[in-house]
Design a protein around this ligand. Structure first.
Ligand code: SAH
Length: 279
């Protein structure tokens, strides 16, 4: 009798140790948290944006999200850009065909997502007209793996179009709620490599520089010096320049291999002004 009791106690003890071992093993096998430790992980989207530069680029996967939704409307939009404006850059037209503009347009504007027109996105800002997005992208002549900086994230649509060409897209937005919404849109649809910073784009993004291309989607009075400095030799910048209510011109800036700057005006435009951060 005693012997049986002893035997059962030993068996239960072995079972207990075995169970504890399995539990410990399972716990230690849990996937490590991405982006180092839990404490380092930013808690809000804003903090995530601010620490974006610190995130190693290889930890994210270059995705070019797709949907068949509203495909026909996109095709009509692209045909208009080709026929009405004579833009024939097939790589850019394909990018415009691929990126669902309606993902970036607020609910109240959904019906108009594929009109060739700028649309309000809140906070007094607008998503640019599709032709302008196509044109500005085209003159940048992006090659695979080039680094591109955008000033004025807005809805995130232009950044998504740039993401069709390269995973190295950096974009800065000064209006925090707009930046946060763009970050959420990128996360929702799986744009993993676009990096967003909240702040004054006038100063560029020195930690991520130099850039092969810079695209500015809000208008300063003069070309910001830091942006010129952060352009690589051989780099291109497209930027609207001029006052809020006066004449604005779209300027193409090219930096040659010796670092000399050439600028030429390509068309009259109307963009929202570049706002400066209060010092
Ligand atoms: N590229 C955007 C269009 C944005 S409209 C899109 O595809 O939707 C211009 C944007 O520039 C606005 O969102 C505005 O808030 C932002 N902006 C204005 N001044 C800025 C600055 N100094 N730095 C960064 N963004 C700025």
């Amino acid at each position: 009798m005693e012997g049986m009791k002893m035997g059962r106690m030993i068996r239960m003890g072995v079972l207990g140790v075995w169970t504890a071992g399995v539990v410990f093993f399972l716990c230690s096998c849990r996937k490590p948290l991405p982006n180092s430790s839990r404490e380092d992980k930013p808690r809000t989207t804003a903090e995530r944006a601010e620490s974006a530069a610190a995130v190693p680029e290889r930890s994210a996967r270059w995705n070019r999200p797709r949907t068949a939704e509203r495909q026909r409307e996109r095709m009509q939009m692209v045909n208009r850009i080709r026929q009405d404006y004579g833009l024939t850059d097939e790589r850019v037209l394909e990018a415009m065909q691929n990126v669902p503009r309606h993902w970036f347009v607020p609910a109240s504007q959904q019906a108009y997502a594929y009109l060739d027109s700028p649309l309000p996105i809140g906070y007094g800002q607008t998503i640019s007209q599709p032709f302008i997005v196509a044109y500005m992208t085209s003159v940048l002549k992006l090659e695979p793996n080039e680094r591109v900086l955008e000033i004025g994230t807005g809805s995130g649509y232009q950044a998504a179009v740039l993401n069709e060409f390269t995973p190295h897209v950096f974009t800065i937005e000064i209006v925090r709620p707009l930046a946060e919404r763009a970050i959420e849109t990128f996360a929702k649809y799986g744009y993993e490599t676009i990096q967003v910073r909240i702040g004054d784009g006038y100063k560029g993004w020195p930690e991520a520089a130099p850039f092969d291309a810079v695209i500015v989607t809000c208008a300063p009075d003069e070309i910001p010096k830091p942006l010129l400095e952060q352009l690589k030799p051989g780099g291109r910048m497209i930027i609207p320049v001029g006052s809020e209510w006066g004449v604005q011109e779209l300027v193409l800036v090219e930096k040659d291999s010796r670092g000399d700057i050439r600028r030429r005006s390509v068309m009259p435009v109307r963009f929202v002004p570049l706002i400066r951060e209060k010092e």
